[in-house]
Design a protein around this ligand. Structure first.
Ligand code: ADP
Length: 262
C-alpha cells in the first residue's frame, strides 16, 4: 500500500518489467535506523542513479538489493522472486567501491575477469573455451582486450575500474550494480567510463544501478534518479528531481518525503 493508503494497480507486464522491487524496506545497524520505509521499483532497461549525502544509506540499500544484508522490515523481490528464495545470481553483476578492490594480487586482467565466471560455472569446475571467449568478450566491451595479460596492479585506476566492470559482465548479467565507481579515477577515465555505461545500457539493454554522491555528474548521465537520505525523498527523472527541489531537500538535515514519481 502507498503512503496515501491507495493500493497501486500492478499488471503482469509491470511485474515482468520490474527487476528490483523494494517494498517498505527498513534496515538498522545496532538498533539505529539507517534505511527507513524505502519503496522503489527499478524497471528493466533503466539507468538509475542513487544519490544522497555521505551516510544516507546508499551502500546499505545496495547491499540489501544484493542480498548481503537482511531487511528488518519490508520485502525485496529480484526478477519477480522474493530475495529469500532468489538463487539466480548470475543475472546480477556487482562492481564494488574501488577502495574495496584488492589490486595488488598477482593476477592478470584476464584472470580477474575469468574469476567473474566462477559464479556461473561454480567453484572447482574447470573453465572451458566458452568461458574464456566470454571473458575476452567482456574485456573487449570495456576496451581492455589489448591489456589482458598485464597484472591488475600495474594498470591505472581507470583501467582497473574497467577490468572490474568486465569481471561483473563476464556472467552476462541483466542487472549491473555499481557503488561509487569513479572515486579515485581521473576525469578523462570518468568520461570513458560513463560512455561505456551508456553503451551497455543502450546497446546491450543492461539495467544499471549506480550509487554516487557526485550529484552533478550523475544527474546528467542517468535516466532516473533516486534521492536518498535515510528515506526515499524522490524517484523520477533528473529534470524533475531538479525542478521539484528534491536535491536541495535531500541535503537539508531533516529531510521529509516530498515526492515519489515513477
Ligand atoms: P552511504 O553509502 O550513503 O555513505 P551507508 O549505507 O554506508 O551510507 O551508511 C549509512 C549509515 O550506516 C551511516 O550512518 C553509517 O555510519 C552506518 N553504517 C554503515 N555501515 C555500518 C556498519 N557496518 N556498522 C554500523 N553502522 C554502519
Amino acid at each position: 500500500m502507498s503512503r496515501t493508503g491507495v493500493v497501486p494497480m500492478t499488471t503482469t507486464a509491470d511485474r515482468i518489467s520490474t527487476i528490483v522491487d523494494l517494498d517498505h524496506v527498513c534496515f538498522s545497524y545496532a538498533g539505529e535506523r539507517v534505511v527507513e520505509e524505502v519503496s522503489l521499483q527499478i524497471r528493466r532497461g533503466a539507468f538509475l542513479g542513487i544519490i544522497g549525502p555521505n551516510g544516507s544509506g546508499k551502500t546499505t540499500l545496495l547491499r540489501i538489493i544484493l542480498g548481503l544484508l537482511r531487511t528488518e522490515c519490508g520485502h525485496v523481490r529480484l526478477f519477480g522472486t522474493d530475495l529469500t528464495s532468489f538463487r539466480d545470481w548470475r543475472r546480477v553483476g556487482y562492481v564494488p567501491q574501488r577502495a574495496a578492490f584488492e589490486s595488488r594480487f598477482p593476477a592478470s586482467a584476464f584472470e580477474v575477469v575469468m574469476s567473474g565466471r566462477c559464479g556461473v560455472v561454480g567453484l572447482g569446475h574447470r573453465f572451458d573455451v566458452y568461458d574464456r571467449a566470454l571473458a575476452l568478450d567482456a574485456l573487449d566491451i570495456v576496451g581492455m582486450a589489448g591489456e589482458r595479460d598485464r597484472l591488475i596492479g600495474n594498470l591505472s585506476a581507470g583501467q582497473q575500474q574497467r577490468v572490474f566492470i568486465a569481471r561483473a559482465l563476464a556472467s552476462g548479467p541483466e542487472l549491473l550494480v555499481l557503488d561509487e565507481p569513479t572515486v579515485g579515477v581521473d576525469l578523462e577515465a570518468q568520461e570513458q567510463f560513463y560512455s561505456l555505461l551508456r553503451r551497455l545500457n543502450r546497446d546491450r539493454k543492461t539495467t544499471l544501478v549506480l550509487v554516487s554522491h557526485d550529484v552533478a555528474v550523475i544527474a546528467k548521465e542517468v535516466t532516473q534518479l533516486a534521492c536518498l537520505n535515510r528515506t526515499l525523498i524522490f524517484h523520477g527523472s533528473p529534470e524533475d528531481a531538479i525542478a521539484s527541489g528534491a536535491i536541495e531537500q535531500m541535503y537539508r538535515p531533516s529531510s521529509l518525503l516530498v515526492s515519489h514519481r515513477h
